[in-house]
Design a protein around this ligand. Structure first.
Ligand SMILES: [Zn+2]
Length: 332
């Protein structure tokens, strides 16, 4: 072996080590901006062991809170969200920076010192997970009990539904490491699309087009694009037969103008990427049953939730990414 081949061999070894060293999250090219939480399942289970609350509810509240803001990364051991100081310390607590569990408890704050370092730190993962668990068990630990507690905390039934939905998904798969997306039309079918974000729409008054139209033959299967659950299903005058899926990043995926739904799919049904949910059609723009007012296509929309409002964002870049991923799979 001469010097040059030796050098190349060394470089290849070094390079493969570098590849291995890149954390999984950094290679994550899935749909919505997200933090890889694969490593957190054990922490959720650990926090659950200290309370009487099933781990998947702790995971669901943690996930809901951390997705309200779209921060992508935090330091290891630190949360990427923080409960408001009145929630953490207690709204009547004169010290809204209180980090002492004793006084926080006294004022009804949820703050806890999970890792026993003497500080109830609202940014420490251990403390926050233990705090969530302790709070969730305050009315008992059955699903109904926990829903009541969630209601007390958020005072909003949609939020209770979402958190309960996340919990069911985590329970079903036994982990929070649920990543991956699919393009909404399986790759073996013909389709075309281009970015139609913001185009003007005629029907139903002046509206801006909030989504991407994917043109395909009538009856082409439509699949779920992410892990999630069915939040809405039925008729709406604009979208016709439509399905709304809430994913684990708290993004709402809107599939409209379907000709029909997949059999067996119901409200709250859990879906996985690539699972058939319905079929392309041209329903909508009128009373229930109206169809054929435009060429068959899937209208696909994505909506982000801030806890107070929901707003649409352009799905096209995500669609392109998922499409490329689907093609790569084929090459393997
Ligand atoms: Zn559309």
């Amino acid at each position: 072996m001469n010097k040059r081949t030796l050098r190349i061999a060394w470089m290849m070894i070094l390079f493969s080590f570098l590849l291995l060293a890149v954390p999984a999250g950094a290679q994550n090219l899935t749909g919505s901006p997200q933090v890889s939480q694969s490593d957190l399942t054990a922490k959720f289970k650990n926090a659950a062991a200290k309370t009487k609350v099933p781990w998947f509810y702790i995971a669901a509240v943690y996930q809901y809170e951390s997705r309200l803001k779209w921060k992508t990364r935090s330091n290891p051991g630190q949360t990427n969200f923080q409960f408001s100081s009145d929630k953490w310390c207690g709204s009547l607590n004169p010290n809204q920076q209180d980090r002492h569990e004793g006084t926080v408890r006294l004022y009804g704050g949820i703050g806890r010192d999970g890792n026993r370092d003497g500080i109830a730190d609202p940014q420490s993962e251990d403390d926050v997970l233990f705090a969530i668990g302790s709070f969730l068990q305050s009315n008992g630990s059955t699903e109904d009990d926990i829903r009541i507690t969630l209601w007390n905390m958020y005072q909003e039934s949609m939020i209770v539904e979402r958190i309960t939905g996340f919990a069911r998904i985590y329970y079903q798969f036994g982990t929070t490491a649920l990543e991956g997306n699919s393009f909404p039309i399986p790759k073996r079918y013909n389709y075309t699309y281009r970015s139609t974000w913001g185009d003007r729409r005629g029907w139903g008054g002046r509206r801006i087009h909030e989504g991407t139209d994917i043109f395909a033959d009538y009856g082409t299967p439509v699949v779920a694009t992410s892990y999630g659950f069915v939040e809405l299903k039925g008729w709406n005058d604009y979208g016709g037969w439509r399905i709304g899926i809430r994913d684990l990043n708290n993004v709402y995926h809107y599939f409209a103008h379907l000709s029909r739904f997949e059999k067996g799919l119901q409200l709250r049904s859990i879906v996985v990427p690539g699972q058939v949910i319905g079929y392309v059609g041209s329903s909508g723009y009128g009373k229930p049953g109206t169809s054929g007012k435009f060429a068959p296509h899937l209208h696909y929309g994505m909506y982000r939730d801030t806890g107070r409002t929901e707003y649409a964002f352009d799905p096209t870049p995500y669609l392109r990414r998922w499409e490329i991923q689907a093609k790569k799979k084929k090459a393997r």
